[in-house]
Design a protein around this ligand. Structure first.
Ligand code: PMV
Length: 331
């Protein structure tokens, strides 16, 4: 009896989709309009670390993200907490000092502290790492016995892409057919060791919080893009099959083609919105050379400096690389 506190800590990496999830058929349950496939990164770089504590002395559920208290009142947090609590089992610690009965978990409150070791909400799927970690760690704390598939289905209700971060390696989120979402969950296609040579480089151009959330971006696409339903029903199903083959055979040429095509098409469904996620515009003609268009001189100068640093020109005459106002080179 008396005062006690029980804790669990977990770490979960983010994942990067190579066949994108974009568009929901059910907003509350977070059910997608198509299957998606992703690669889970290794936990050293882009991951969330979450500690969950429970104690009879906590009067309410509370959470801190990167050291700042945030509200848990949102539907997504509530769904995850409710679904895990529902599945909590009897617990006894090794020293047999703390005993919690299955039904007692309902009345015990939790404190959650989560840290991301990378920019939060900047389009690097921080919510994927965060919700996967929260659900997994809370499940451990409450002695939940569900398998990874079931846990992924719960993490999905926090953030769609989070269901794929329950597994490492290559993961598919099967959209499912049922209205209650019970068959909308992740499966592992291949583990971390399967394609060791593959290296993912993430170029962080901005770590500022993005202005349009994925939720409102995809809502907008569902409402305004004539391409979205065609993409979901006609393009993605065969693309997912081809991607599974490419991953199985470690066929980089097919993997690369499908990944780029899917990224382009996902962004194309946001055409009618505006290029809200981007700091610059690009266009490619029928060749390998990139044309970059910047909204102003300041961004252009910064971009140019980075480009010249990364790709030092062979000759000294930089002006031949610029069309128009060449005085920017002296900025
Ligand atoms: O899970 P959300 O709501 O953060 O949406 C993620 C959407 C994309 O990252 C753009 C695509 C994906 O499949 O992860």
């Amino acid at each position: 009896e008396g005062q006690w506190i029980l804790m669990a800590t977990g770490r979960s990496p983010t994942n990067i989709a190579v066949i994108k999830y974009w568009g929901k058929r059910d907003e509350a349950l977070i059910l997608p309009v198509n299957d998606s496939i992703s690669v889970t990164l290794d936990p050293d770089h882009l991951s969330a670390t979450t500690t969950v504590a429970v104690s009879p002395s906590f009067p309410s559920d509370r959470m801190w993200l990167n050291g700042k208290e945030i509200s848990l009142s949102g539907g997504r947090f509530q769904s995850c907490l409710r679904e895990i609590r529902k599945r909590a089992c009897d617990f006894e610690d090794e020293k047999k000092e703390i005993r919690i009965k299955k039904e007692d978990w309902e009345n015990l409150h939790v404190h959650i502290a989560s840290y991301n070791n990378f920019p939060t909400a900047a389009g690097l799927a921080s919510s994927a790492a965060g919700f996967a970690c929260l659900v997994f760690t809370l499940g451990k704390l409450m002695n939940v016995k569900e398998d990874y598939g079931q846990l992924s289905s719960i993490a999905r209700q926090g953030s769609g892409s989070a269901c794929r971060s329950i597994y490492g390696g290559f993961v598919k989120w099967c959209m499912g057919k049922k209205d209650d979402g019970s068959d909308s969950m992740a499966v592992q296609l291949a583990d971390e060791a399967h394609w060791n040579d593959l290296v993912i480089i993430i170029a962080v151009v901005s770590s500022k919080q993005k202005e349009t959330s994925s939720t409102s971006g995809m809502q907008n696409s569902v409402e305004t893009s004539p391409l979205l339903q065609y993409r979901a029903q006609t393009v993605v199903p065969s693309r997912v099959m081809k991607m599974e083959e490419a991953i199985k055979n470690r066929d980089f040429a097919s993997f690369a083609k499908l990944t780029c095509a899917d990224s382009n098409q996902f962004h194309a469904t946001s055409n009618s919105v505006e290029y809200f996620y981007w700091q610059v515009a690009y266009t490619f003609d029928a060749g390998p050379n990139a044309v970059l268009i910047s909204p102003n001189r300041k961004t252009a100068t910064l971009l140019l400096k980075k480009l010249l640093y990364c790709f030092p020109p062979q000759d000294k005459d930089l002006s031949s690389y610029l069309v128009g106002d060449k005085s920017i080179l002296s900025d």
